[in-house]
Design a protein around this ligand. Structure first.
Ligand code: EPZ
Length: 423
C-alpha cells in the first residue's frame, strides 16, 4: 500500500489540467452493454474504478481496449449477463450494468453491492424503477436476479433524485419502445453526458438536466464516439486546495458552470475565483477565510462529494460555521483525522460545527474513503509541517495522477510505499 508524505504550509502557484470525470465516464462505459457495435470513449481518466469497470466488462464478454485516455469496446461473441461478487464488490457503480444487461438480454444476475463507509447505500430506487418497466426481481444467495418477459415503457416517479438510479433507468428505457417518463430525476451534469450518449446510440432523450426526463427507446442501439466531460469534483477539490493553502493557481480544461454552488461559497469566504470558458483561476490570500455555512443537496445544490474538502478549508475559518450533510448518513469520517491536525469540529448526527483554528498542523492520518482522502490532502497542503496520509488507495479511485498535479501547483508531495514504519 502507498502513502503520501506532504510538507505543507507553502503558498501554491502554477497551472494544472483537469481530467475527464470519473462519475460521467463510468455510466458511459456501462452504456456500451446496450449495443454490440463498436464504442469509443475519449478523455477517460486512468483510475482504479475505470480499471474495475474494464475487468467487469471483459468478464461479461465485451472486448475492451483501454489506454492513453481512450476506452474502446466491441463484441466477438455472446455476453454472459452475470456479474459476480468478486468484481462487483470493488465498485458500487457496477450496479449500472444491471439495467443495460436486462434490457438487452431479458435477464441478468449480479451480486448485491454492499454498503460502504459513507452510508448503507441501498438500491431500492433502481429496483423499484426496473419493476415498473416490467422486470421481475428476486434474490438468490446474495445475488439479485432480474428477468424481463416483456419490457414496457412507464411513468416512474423516483422517491429521491438518485444519480445512479436515474442513469440506470435512462439506459434501460433506451432499449424499450415507447415513451418512458422519469420524474424527480437527478439533475447532476453527468446525467446530461449519458443522455448525449444515448441519443447518439439512437434513443430520443429529452429533459436531461431537469427533473423530468422523457426517453423514447429503440429496439436496437448503435455504437458511438464520445468525449467525457471534465471532472467537476476534481476541479472543486483543487479550488479548495488553493483556497485552504493560499496562493494563485490556474485550472485549465475546467468547466465552471456545474460548480456554481461551490464557487459562490468560496467567494463568500473571501477567496477570488475567476471563471473563463474552460479554465478557472483561484487567488487566495493567506488570511483566514470568513466562516460560511453549507448544506449538501442534490445538484444544483452544494455537492456532497466536496463536503469533506470544504471542511478541510473551513477548519481554518475566522469564527464558527456549520456543515449539514443531507445526502449520505455517515459522511464525516474525515473529522477525527482533521482533528489530529488540530482542527476543532463537533459532530452531531448529520451536522458538524467547525470552530475555526488559526492554522492546521501536519500529522499522520488515514483516508477512510475517496473524498475524505481528498480532504486530508487539502488539509495537509495547508498545514504547517509534515503529514503522512495512509490508505491512499481510496484517493487513487478518483483522482488521476494526483501527486503530479499537486506538484504542478507547488505542493511538496511524495508517494511512498507504506512499509509500516512510523514517519
Ligand atoms: C453518485 O453515487 C456518485 N457516484 C457519488 O460519488 C455521489 O456522492 C452521489 O452520486 C451523490 O451525488 C457515481 O456517480 C459513480 P445516489 P450514487 O444514488 O449514484 C440514497 C464519489 O465520491 N439511495 O444519488 O450511488 C443513497 O443511499 C462518489 O465519487 C437510496 O436510498 O448516489 C444516498 O443516500 C461517492 N436508494 C442518496 O440516495 C437507492 O436506490 C444519493 O445516492 C439509491 C440511492
Amino acid at each position: 500500500m502507498d502513502l503520501f508524505v506532504i510538507n505543507g504550509g507553502k503558498k501554491l502557484s502554477g497551472e494544472t489540467t483537469i481530467s475527464g470525470s470519473k462519475n460521467a465516464a463510468l455510466p458511459v462505459l456501462f452504456a456500451t452493454l446496450l449495443t454490440k457495435e463498436r464504442c469509443e470513449i475519449k478523455n477517460v481518466p486512468e483510475l482504479r474504478d475505470v480499471q474495475s469497470t474494464y475487468e467487469l466488462l471483459n468478464y461479461l464478454g465485451k472486448n475492451c481496449f483501454y489506454g492513453y485516455g481512450t476506452f474502446v469496446t466491441g463484441e466477438h461473441s455472446a455476453l454472459n449477463p452475470v456479474a459476480p461478487y468478486e468484481l462487483v464488490r470493488k465498485m458500487r457503480a457496477s450496479i449500472l450494468a444491471a439495467g443495460p444487461l436486462t434490457a438487452r438480454f431479458g435477464h441478468a444476475r449480479f451480486s448485491l453491492p454492499g454498503g460502504c463507509t459513507i452510508g448503507v447505500r441501498p438500491i431500492d430506487i433502481h429496483l423499484d424503477g426496473f419493476r415498473q418497466l416490467g422486470i421481475e426481481i428476486s434474490h438468490e444467495k446474495g445475488d439479485v436476479v432480474m428477468t424481463a418477459r416483456k419490457l414496457h415503457p412507464a411513468h416512474i416517479k423516483l422517491r429521491f433524485p438518485s444519480v445512479g438510479a436515474t442513469e440506470n433507468l435512462m439506459m434501460t428505457a433506451s432499449l424499450i419502445e415507447g415513451e418512458t417518463i422519469l420524474e424527480n430525476c437527478a439533475r447532476e451534469p453527468e446525467i446530461e453526458d449519458i443522455a448525449a450518449v444515448l441519443v447518439r446510440m439512437g434513443a430520443s432523450v429529452e429533459g436531461a438536466g431537469t427533473s423530468i426526463i422523457r426517453i423514447c427507446g429503440a429496439t436496437e442501439l448503435k455504437g458511438f464516439t464520445h468525449t467525457v466531460m471534465p471532472d467537476r469534483i476534481e476541479t472543486g477539490t483543487f479550488i479548495l486546495l488553493c483556497a485552504a493553502a493560499g496562493g494563485k493557481i490556474k485550472l485549465s480544461g475546467a468547466d465552471p458552470r456545474p460548480l456554481s454552488a461551490l464557487i459562490r461559497a468560496v467567494r463568500k469566504a473571501g477567496v477570488k475565483v475567476y471563471c473563463g470558458r474552460d479554465s478557472i483561476t483561484v487567488d487566495a490570500e493567506v488570511s483566514r477565510p470568513k466562516p460560511v455555512n453549507i448544506v449538501t443537496k442534490p445538484h444544483p445544490g452544494f455537492p456532497t462529494d466536496l463536503q469533506a474538502p470544504w471542511m478541510a478549508f473551513m477548519s481554518q475559518c475566522a469564527g464558527e460555521c456549520e456543515v449539514h450533510e443531507k445526502i449520505f448518513e455517515n459522511r464525516f469520517m474525515h473529522v477525527p483525522e482533521l482533528m489530529r491536525m488540530e482542527a476543532n469540529i463537533t459532530v452531531s448526527d448529520r451536522k458538524a460545527i467547525i470552530h475555526g483554528v488559526p492554522g492546521l498542523v501536519g500529522a499522520p492520518v488515514m483516508a477512510s474513503d475517496l473524498r475524505a482522502g481528498a480532504a486530508l490532502v487539502v488539509a495537509a497542503a495547508a498545514a504547517r509541517g509534515t503529514s503522512v496520509i495512509r490508505r491512499i488507495y481510496h484517493i487513487d479511485r478518483g483522482y488521476e495522477k494526483l501527486e503530479m498535479k499537486l506538484r504542478d501547483l507547488g505542493v511538496d508531495v511524495r508517494r511512498r510505499k507504506d512499509d509500516g514504519t512510523v514517519k
